[in-house]
Design a protein around this ligand. Structure first.
Ligand SMILES: *[C@@H]1O[C@H](CO)[C@@H](O)[C@H](O)[C@H]1NC(C)=O
Length: 318
């Protein structure tokens, strides 16, 4: 028994180490050259950085970004540079930069993800302008608050529309093209989609929903031999403007850089990984506790917050 353990444990370690490193080191930027990629929520944050990385790798990028309510009917038109003066200049800058960085092509569509017709619209644009699709990167999120759950059910409903149902709609619309290209779906989620987080109750609920939908869909793809990969990305605290504005004062943790995060997501996607954890040490490792010591994990999550003295908790930040 003792001797068996002496052999078994180190060899298990070796196998794991080999698997760990071999799975990580085979990415090459050429894997994404010429690929036709949709990135949603690409005007800022991680989405913007993914667009730039894809551009450097020579991909075709079709970006989406939200428009203000007054621009709602803009979603009927393509936001080509110069053509659509009403669209946010921010998107134009991102598209321009993608072209400078070497994108095979770059364009954007603006509209609101609250409208499920928008999903079909974006996917039709990919069909019309790129002739197909290799990768669908679902990254956008709606604005929410940071603070104790305020009982606003309508807000939860709206957030589910944007953070969850629009992902379902985009996937459904894009699936025929992705099946044809044996492509990939990339779902940007969060630690808050794997373990309960305080102060982001509606957001956390929408991220858990994504895990349920896409993990089940992956099972069905396996049963039906549909060769479309689904990569669920579990991200920790990243230095996006939105996350830093909401949580920097209360989180006792340094945010990880968004451009590195974006690159890791693309690597995981190109390697058709099932899940991607970034940063590994603050996501995958704590999650190992989830099944054997859930209360300890809950405690560790709570201990990352500098809790305010006021009984109301952190000020809601919209
Ligand atoms: C699935 O698609 C990928 C990308 O085209 C390909 O490399 C892989 O061999 C395919 N797998 C199967 C089982 O067909």
């Amino acid at each position: 028994m003792g001797r068996l353990q002496k052999i078994l444990i180190p060899s298990l370690g070796l196998v794991l180490a080999f698997w760990f490193y071999s799975a990580r080191d085979t990415f090459k930027p050429e894997m994404l050259r010429g690929k036709r990629v949709i990135v949603t929520g690409a005007s800022t944050g991680i989405g913007e950085q993914m667009a730039y990385h894809l551009a450097r790798m020579g991909a075709h990028v079709l970006l989406t970004a939200r428009t203000g309510a007054r621009l709602r009917n803009v979603s009927e038109r393509m936001g080509f540079p110069g053509k659509d003066r009403a669209a946010e200049p921010r998107c134009l800058q991102v598209v321009q930069r993608c072209l400078e960085l070497g994108a095979a092509s770059a364009r954007f569509v603006s509209g609101t993800m609250e409208d499920t017709a928008f999903a079909q619209h974006v996917v039709r644009e990919a069909q019309a302008s790129l002739g197909g699709l290799d990768m669908l990167i679902l990254n956008h999120v709606g604005a929410s608050y940071f603070g104790f759950f305020d009982g606003d059910v309508e807000h939860v409903r709206k957030l589910l529309e944007i953070n969850f149902l629009s992902y379902v709609a985009m996937t459904t619309s894009a699936l025929p093209m992705l099946k044809e290209s044996e492509g990939s779906i990339v779902v940007v989620s969060s630690m808050a989609g794997k373990v309960g987080f305080p102060f982001t109750v509606p957001y956390s609920a929408t991220k858990f929903a994504l895990d349920g939908f896409f993990s089940s869909l992956r099972q069905e793809f396996a049963i039906q031999s549909i060769n479309v990969s689904i990569t669920l990305c579990i991200l920790g605290f990243i230095d996006t403007e939105r996350a830093v504005r909401a949580a920097a004062e209360v989180l006792l943790e340094r945010p990880a850089p968004r451009d590195e995060c974006a690159l890791e997501i693309l690597k995981g996607a190109a390697l058709r990984r099932r899940e991607l954890y970034y940063r590994y040490s603050s996501t995958r490792l704590p999650l190992l506790l989830r099944d054997c010591a859930a209360e300890l994990l809950d405690y560790l999550v709570r201990s990352r917050y500098r809790l305010p003295a006021t009984p109301g908790g952190p000020r809601p930040q919209h």
